[in-house]
Ligand binder design. Structure first.
Ligand SMILES: [Zn+2]
Length: 135
């Protein structure tokens, strides 16, 4: 199953990130998924749950942002969204265009990682610099 191997590599990457931060808990992973990536969103979500089971990511969320398909129309000389991924034509002038500029994405864009204990505020060092000139 294609989606499961993708989910497992996402989990693996997140585990490494967590380990690098003293096993910080990861709450969520944000992913951009192009409609032409060949990955089925629902399948990826359920695969993710499977891949997370009994790892430090168990209970975390995969948040998928779907990226619409856009092509470059040579007639209009601009990027346009296609009406359907089965029908790669410019919606403005009807020109058939195979020049896909967006829609194949499959990338992790962010992770929500718990930061245990917030850093104490830094004291302002300029307060300690009062000049003493009575000598
Ligand atoms: Zn056009």
């Amino acid at each position: 199953m294609h989606e499961l191997s993708i989910a497992m590599s996402i989990v693996e990457m997140a585990e490494e990130e967590s380990a690098r931060r003293n096993n910080a808990k990861i709450h969520a992973i944000h992913l951009r998924l192009g409609l032409l990536s060949g990955v089925v969103k629902e399948a990826l979500l359920s695969s993710y749950e499977m891949a997370c089971a009994s790892t430090c990511l168990e209970g975390s969320q995969l948040i998928i942002e779907e990226v619409p398909v856009e092509v470059f129309c040579p007639a209009c000389k601009t990027r346009v969204p296609v009406a359907s991924i089965q029908w790669m034509v410019c919606p403005q002038c009807g020109t058939l265009t195979p020049d896909i500029v967006q829609g194949r994405e499959l990338e992790v864009i962010a992770m929500e990682i718990e930061t245990p204990g917030s850093q104490p505020p830094q004291s302002d060092p300029s307060h300690n610099n009062a000049p003493e000139t009575n000598q």
